[in-house]
Design a protein around this ligand. Structure first.
Ligand code: KG4
Ligand code: ZN
Length: 343
């Protein structure tokens, strides 16, 4: 019998401040190269103009490395997938233009990918120990730019059950960290310090927002006033209580997320629950989800760390799933800064 030809898909991600390229072969990751941009740290957040300049510098070496590490030649590629949006326009334009040129040069199909769908579809990366969710399942997508609960009836049949009406959960972590004087992005540091603190040391009020939607801007203001009040009384308040403050903030945020997820499972009757996005790297949400298997009978899907924050492997797997459906893009396809997960 003739051996079936393998399918190699290149993924390119440039929606925010990480330039990434990955090669996937029949759903398995061969390489996943990520160039982070340190340039933003001293500004306390991503500076869009600097991000696009850095993408411009990084994109060629990052793609070359991804192809080299995959052990293939660029001529072996079957399609080029790239992030169309949502994200920063200047950043998206770099990846989009590069993907178009490469697709024209190699005369292979171009596949546009929705970044938010890709975070969720990272769960379909095939690895030996991979636990792949069955349909329908629910996914809590939590990142620096988004906070959503979605229901997947199929790979590309997605319903939004709830989302944030203001800040994203990653912003809540990063802005709280900034109030504490921690560098950007502060989420991972809050997580690290929280592990040595008491999560019940301080109380923050949870937002009252309808149904499965989220709100984090009130919490951020509450934390700011709490810190200002205490620092006025004791200038060393932050230094003396850093671990407890981080643990209490993280605990409040994770409680908010778990409460909504619990409601979503109840309302839909679906017990296959996934998390995705940068904040799904958080140790407490991962722990709470694992416990939910025992306590509530859920089957949970927690991504590997390398597929939580922005990466091109998730773009390539989404590209592969679209490739299987011959869902290709026109060369006139445009980057879109605003794009819903359902588009
Ligand atoms: O998905 P991502 O890389 O980029 C966006 O698409 O936004 O998410 C980045 C966000 C940042 O806000 C970062 O602070 C947060 O994910 N993050 C964390 C952790 N690791 C990354 N937040 C809490 N705990 C973590 N361990
Ligand atoms: Zn992301």
């Amino acid at each position: 019998m003739e051996k079936q030809k393998k399918t190699y898909i290149l993924g390119i991600e440039s929606s925010c401040d990480d330039t990434s390229a990955a090669v996937i072969c029949d759903g398995k990751v061969l390489s996943n190269v990520i160039a982070n941009q340190d340039v933003h740290a001293k500004y306390g957040g991503v500076v869009p103009e600097l991000a696009s300049r850095a993408h411009q510098q990084n994109i060629v070496p990052v793609v070359q490395q991804a192809i080299e590490r995959a052990g293939i030649q660029k001529e072996d590629l079957d399609a080029i997938s790239f992030t169309k949006g949502p994200g920063l326009m200047g950043s998206l334009l770099v990846g989009t233009s590069f993907a178009k040129s490469l697709s024209l040069g190699l005369e292979i199909p171009l596949i546009d990918v929705n970044h938010m769908q890709a975070h969720v579809l990272a769960h379909f990366i095939q690895e030996e120990d991979a636990k792949i969710p069955p349909f329908p399942f629910i996914c809590l997508t939590i990142s620096g730019g988004h906070t959503q609960i979605v229901k997947l009836n199929n790979h590309f049949d997605i319903e939004i059950l709830g989302e944030t009406i203001d800040d994203a959960v990653g912003e809540a972590f990063d802005k709280s960290a900034k109030i504490l004087g921690l560098p950007y992005p502060g989420g991972p540091l809050v997580d690290k310090y929280a592990q040595q603190g008491n999560p019940k040391a301080f109380q923050f009020s949870k937002p009252k927002v309808g149904d499965l939607d989220f709100s984090f801007s009130g919490l951020k203001t509450g934390i700011l006033y709490f810190i200002q009040r205490n620092v006025k009384e004791n200038p060393n308040f932050i230094q003396e209580n850093l671990y407890n403050i981080c643990a209490s903030i993280q605990h409040t945020i994770v409680e908010i997320l778990m409460d909504k997820l619990k409601n979503a499972a109840k309302q839909t009757g679906i017990q296959h629950i996934a998390i995705a996005g940068g904040v799904s790297a958080n140790s407490e949400i991962r722990k709470r989800l694992q416990q939910a298997e025992k306590h509530w009978g859920w089957t949970t899907y927690i991504p590997k760390f390398q597929y939580t924050t922005d990466n091109a492997a998730m773009i390539a797997i989404t590209g592969y799933l679209k490739y299987l459906e011959s869902n290709f893009s026109k060369i006139s396809v445009k980057a879109e800064a605003r794009l819903k997960v359902t588009e």
